[in-house]
Write a protein that binds this ligand. Structure first.
Ligand SMILES: [Zn+2]
Ligand SMILES: [Zn+2]
Length: 260
């Protein structure tokens, strides 16, 4: 298969996705350690030298833990908006700092290319310095990635309607969050329009926007405390009007999907 998605991690402790076309690929977020990325790719026969770039959604630690290491040690160009670069630089948990030489600044809605991959970023509302979703077009297939969003935007709805594959946040089950042990202030943050999407939010969004073109949805960023894979999958399947396959990505192991 020539175009493949590997979800290397999708749990609350870190997110990292690899999209490849034949012999090369790109990472989207690097919220796990670089050694873990190397190990998990190697288990699938992929050497770090095949990675051409890292796209970053936003500057929260669970998405950027090893971004600067990938830039400085592996000499990979790191793509994000200026505001996200700024947020990563000033994120106290990120001890390694990215040098200007490895920094690539993108603007939302302005497409760019990495070899045969055409990439377009778009804004998503979240309580980070900035947050971008990504649309990756390769070999006639379109993969959209939308993680960490308090609510859906009209741009996102349009991108979903024109996607073959989608990675979409389905962070929490509303009942589990309400009855769970999180402090009230954190619950309000998660529920807010700059917080996260619930299973019901994801289900309603897909019921509204998914078309028969959409082959598979990968639900990501499931909360360990406030969600369960079967709850997320069932919520979406109960409302979906298309034959789209629905899979909750595993939190801490690799999930592999051939797109072409
Ligand atoms: Zn976040
Ligand atoms: Zn996150």
């Amino acid at each position: 298969m020539s175009v493949r998605l590997l979800s290397l991690a999708s749990g609350s402790s870190g997110k990292c996705y690899y999209v490849s076309k034949s012999e090369y690929g790109i990472l989207i977020d690097a919220g796990i350690g670089s050694r873990t990325i190397k190990k998990r790719l190697k288990e699938h026969g992929i050497d770090m030298s095949r990675i051409l770039a890292v796209l970053v959604t936003h500057d929260h630690y669970d998405h950027v833990k090893s971004v600067a290491v990938l830039g400085e040690v592996y000499h990979l160009p790191i793509y994000s908006t200026e505001k996200v670069h700024w947020g990563i630089f000033y994120n106290k948990k990120v001890t390694e700092k990215l040098s200007p030489a490895n920094k690539r600044v993108i603007e939302n809605s302005v497409p760019f290319e990495i070899k045969e991959m055409k990439i377009t970023s778009f804004h998503l509302p979240h309580d980070a310095n900035d947050n971008s979703g990504y649309v990756i077009e390769v070999e006639g297939k379109t993969l959209t990635i939308a993680t960490d969003l308090g609510k859906a935007t009209s741009d996102l709805k349009t991108y979903i309607a024109n996607s073959d594959y989608l990675i979409l946040e389905s962070n929490y089950d509303a009942d589990m969050l309400a009855k769970g042990s999180y402090p009230e202030v954190l619950k309000r943050r998660i529920l807010g329009t700059n917080g996260h999407l619930s299973n019901t939010d994801a289900a309603q969004l897909l019921a509204e926007c998914a078309t028969d073109r959409l082959k598979q949805v990968c639900l990501c960023h499931l909360s360990k405390e406030n969600n369960k894979p079967n709850l997320a999958e069932e919520a979406v399947l109960s409302q979906l009007k298309t034959k789209t396959k629905v899979v909750a990505l595993p939190r801490n192991q690799v999930y592999c999907l051939d797109l072409v």
